[in-house]
Design a protein around this ligand. Structure first.
Ligand code: ATP
Ligand code: MG
Ligand code: MG
Length: 350
């Protein structure tokens, strides 16, 4: 069988490897950190730095196609890999989602709505941006932020200096604060043949900047539900995308506002494992392998809950619950903020 190379060996790489094995593919993981969660289930693992060009070339030589579960792969590494094997989703999708300014320029260029934003480097830039955009607002590093890291809330103009200092000189973007009623995300997929399949939008609740629960169905009017799906499809088509993408949206009385996109399987799509015949991991493998996609249909209502840090102490009780599917990542040590696993509570649709 063919081998799929995956950059990144976290829980997403682990669940992609399981899905690939079910379809008869082998996976080869490339990951800089030792003992990655995906190592338990992948066929091969290379633990090496993204600066190690020989290791990258050997990895690419051993696989048929390359995908990723981690966006922040250095450009030089991608150049070396792409010279040898196709990378799906493509480089443009990765470049855009690595940089919040490129991302918002791209999305607004498609006619979609984002929070008002301005690039910030100096304190003077920030003061000027606050004068234009207003407060409250959020300052975010342009690159490398996740789980709410690299963000500073600005309540009034007086918070500017402290917020700017907290960026440690990193290029950043000021975003106007969106007064949303709730957050939803669309997990969307596009195949090699250009066909698009979207899952029903899920409603997301964050705790301490980290996704806590995703609930299906989301509170959405029928028109907003179709808006969400149509805008996600527009993003994938514009990028000539192949694979699964997570599209995070704010719901407001004036309509949907795009927060950010993630060019990979997404934590808010874990509910699909127990809500759909073809889950997001299988869907992504199908897409990158050039197979037909599942249709994204949902057979059940689901509440996904992340098990973070010592949430994992509740495991014995969770295992005794009815209709509660448990997914663990095989991480030995529970640290605060660390994603240890998740559960999907399944309610069959009437
Ligand atoms: P992720 O782990 O999803 O990649 P991240 O670090 O990239 O997170 P964002 O998604 O940009 O962070 O922001 C995290 C959360 O902060 C959002 O889900 C939302 O709840 C809140 N937030 C971010 N930007 C705004 C905004 N402009 N207005 C209001 N709330 C916001
Ligand atoms: Mg993000
Ligand atoms: Mg986010």
């Amino acid at each position: 069988g063919a081998t799929i190379g995956i950059l990144g060996g976290g829980q997403l790489g682990r669940m992609l490897s399981v899905a690939a094995a079910r379809l008869g593919y082998k996976t080869h993981i490339f990951e800089p950190a030792a003992n990655p969660p995906a190592a338990d289930v992948a066929h091969a693992v290379t633990v090496a730095s993204y600066d190690d060009m020989a290791a990258l070339r050997a990895f690419a030589d051993s696989v048929d196609v390359i995908t990723y579960e981690f966006e922040n792969v250095p450009t030089a590494a991608l150049d070396a890999l792409e010279a040898l094997r196709p990378i799906r989703p493509n480089r443009r999708a990765l470049a855009i989602s690595q940089d919040r300014i490129l991302e918002k320029d791209f999305l607004t260029g498609l006619g979609l709505r984002c929070a008002p934003y301005a690039a910030v480097q100096t304190l003077a830039d920030l003061e000027a941006a606050i004068a234009t955009i207003g407060a409250p607002a959020i300052l975010k590093t342009t690159r490398l932020g996740y789980d709410g890291k690299g963000q500073a809330r600005i309540k009034t103009a007086e918070d500017a200096a402290a917020a700017h200092a907290s960026m440690n000189g990193a290029a950043s973007v000021l975003e106007g604060f969106i007064d949303f009623s709730h957050e939803v995300s669309v997990i969307a997929a596009r195949g090699l043949d250009g066909s698009v399949a979207c899952y029903d939008p899920g409603e997301n609740v964050h705790k301490d900047g980290i996704l806590h629960t995703t609930t299906l169905p989301a509170k959405l009017s029928p028109s907003m539900r179709s808006d969400a799906i149509l805008l996600a499809a527009r993003i994938l088509n514009a990028l000539d995308y192949v694979g699964v993408m997570g599209v995070e949206l704010f719901v407001t009385p004036q309509g949907l506002i795009v927060n950010e996109i993630a060019p990979r399987v997404h934590n808010s799509g874990h509910w699909t494992q127990n809500g759909c015949a073809v889950d997001q991991f299988e869907q992504h493998i199908r897409a990158v392998a050039g197979l037909p996609l599942g249709d994204g249909g949902r057979h059940s209502d689901v509440v996904m809950e992340n098990l973070i840090g010592d949430d994992i102490d509740r495991l014995p009780a969770l295992l005794r619950e009815n209709d509660c599917a448990v997914h663990l990542y095989g991480k030995a040590e529970a640290r605060p903020g660390r994603k240890m696993g998740h559960v999907n509570r399944v309610i069959p649709k009437g």
